[in-house]
Design a protein around this ligand. Structure first.
Ligand code: BES
Ligand code: MN
Ligand code: ZN
Length: 487
């Protein structure tokens, strides 16, 4: 998908589909221009269909008298154009034109943030996962060109569109990783992908194999991987800005379970089916580091991934087992399906030694978080109130939904073990909170935040700018957060 800026008028722009955002009223000059050029056909159809530009409404019309073959009006609700509404407009337009050659989208304004969001939205909407399709399942045509119609083609808007493309591609890479089948996306393949991306961008990347992980000292990561015939991998990517002193240092850690069968505490088939998505935290982490490097953000960014499968091989770890950890604390295994927090515990203990300003993990950690917040919202856990406020506010601007959940100290009692320093899981009540409390034990004393993305990283159907399947949730907010530190 190629994104271009164009200063054509909406009536003359050539495209298979022309999309225009409507903010709660059809009185905008763009809509009026189209209505005039189509001899009022658009206005008539809008009346007939009761299209008023409400959020979620769309109106599509084949058009004579225009440069474009079809017009799509996209309702965005009342209010001024924003980053979130522009991204939605881009996504809905590109999705509608997915099997056409060219889509033209009228930018709601010449604001750089709006144009950037429009470009990224278009890439998100045009996304399809087709890697494993053959024969007549292969799409005949895919969206080739995305024309963004702006008032003036300035260098600032060109940069904005290019940045939007970087964001869109970073999210789409994360989606590709999540959608990849687990027989192909093994822990080794995941690490190889990260290393290849880093190499292409000149970002140093260290990868440890099983022996290396043994030497590094990660007993909990190794415990989880025991049941699998696939080797685990540990990945550390480091982006450092060139020519400037970094404004901040942030470490992102991602859960990279390329498949979670639950281990001996095996999952029922229905819950297991989607468990290729259990490396979404790793995918988001890779997406953030790649975007930071490509946008040359003035912030030092580390990306750390613990990658393994959670299987049931003869040597699989058991409930009742006790393992040491990288941190030193001993851990009693309660339920082998609570594997993510074990992998993260060792990864966090490694990451905290980097001494960053902020340590942030993304993990598809608990079903309990989805029970609490529903399928579209991620849980946010931190003791750092300033960090929480900043993250929640950039997330809202980006249109990604998070909710701060408490780290209630009294629930920590539930993690006391008779035989070890800690139990790694408690009973069902407050399951997302006890998981977060467990992680906090390994994250050190600095500013730390855990993001439980179990819900929004993988969707049952199209939702907002996201397709069915992997969403790449968290990349947009993570990048915007880094940008907010660089100002
Ligand atoms: N990967 C799952 C969590 C998950 C569930 C992610 C649904 C995405 C969708 C995690 O490893 C897990 O199995 N968690 C258990 C923990 C429990 C055994 C304490 C859970 O949530 O049931
Ligand atoms: Mn599990
Ligand atoms: Zn898991």
């Amino acid at each position: 998908m190629l994104v271009k800026l164009s200063t054509d008028s909406v009536t003359s722009a050539r495209a298979d589909l022309l999309a225009i955002g409507v903010h709660g009223s059809l009185a905008s000059p763009l809509v009026k221009a189209i209505d005039g050029a189509t001899k009022k056909a658009l206005g008539k159809l809008a009346k007939l269909e009761r299209f008023e530009g409400k959020d979620g409404q769309t109106l599509r019309m084949t058009a004579a008298g225009l440069g474009a073959s079809q017009v799509l009006l996209v309702g965005l609700g009342e209010g001024e154009p924003s980053v979130a509404s522009a991204r939605k407009l881009g996504a809905i337009a590109a999705r509608a034109a997915r099997s056409y050659g060219t889509v033209a989208i009228a930018a709601p304004s010449d604001d750089a943030a709006v144009v950037r969001a429009l470009a990224s939205g278009a890439l998100l909407g045009g996304y399809r996962y087709t890697r494993y399709l053959t024969g007549d399942r292969v799409p005949v045509r895919t969206l080739g060109t995305i024309k963004l119609i702006v008032g003036k083609r300035t260098p600032a808007l060109r940069d904005a569109a290019a940045a939007g493309v970087v964001l869109g591609e970073s999210v789409n890479h994360a989606r590709d990783l999540v959608n990849a089948p687990p027989n192909d996306l093994t822990p080794t393949a995941l690490a190889d992908f990260a290393a290849a991306q880093c190499k292409a961008l000149g970002v140093p990347c260290k990868v440890w194999d099983k022996k290396g992980i043994e030497k590094l000292g990660m007993p909990l990561l190794l415990a989880v991987s025991r049941g699998s015939s696939q080797e685990p991998r540990f990945v550390h990517m480091t982006y450092t800005p060139k020519g400037v002193a970094p404004k901040a240092k942030v470490v992102f850690v991602g859960k990279g379970l390329t498949f979670d069968a639950g281990g001996l505490c095996i999952k029922p088939p229905k819950s297991m089916l989607d468990m290729k998505c259990d490396m979404a935290g790793a995918a988001t982490t890779i997406g953030i580091v790649m975007a930071a490097a490509r946008l040359e953000l003035p912030v030092e960014v580390h990306g750390i991934i613990g990658a393994t499968e959670n299987m049931l091989g003869a040597d699989a770890y058991r409930p009742g087992d006790v393992f040491p950890s990288r941190d030193g604390k001993s851990v009693e295994i309660i339920n082998t399906d609570a594997e993510g927090r074990l992998v993260l515990a060792d990864a966090l203990a490694y990451a905290r030694d980097l001494g960053a300003d902020h340590l942030i993990d993304h993990a598809t950690l608990t079903g309990a978080c989805m029970v609490a917040l529903g399928p579209h919202r991620a849980g946010l856990f931190t003791d750092d109130a300033k960090l929480a406020d900043r993250y929640l506010s950039v997330a809202e601007a980006e249109g990604e939904a998070f909710w701060r959940l408490p780290l209630d100290r009294d629930q920590f009692e539930a993690l006391k073990s008779d035989v070890a320093d800690l139990k790694h899981a408690a009973d069902r009540t407050g399951g997302a909170i006890t998981a977060a409390l467990f992680l906090r034990e390994f994250a050190g004393e600095g500013s730390y935040m855990h993001l439980d993305i179990a819900g929004p990283s993988f969707q049952d159907g199209v939702h907002g700018v996201h397709p069915k399947g992997g969403t790449g949730f968290g990349v947009l907010t993570g990048v915007r957060f880094l940008e907010s530190l660089g100002g």
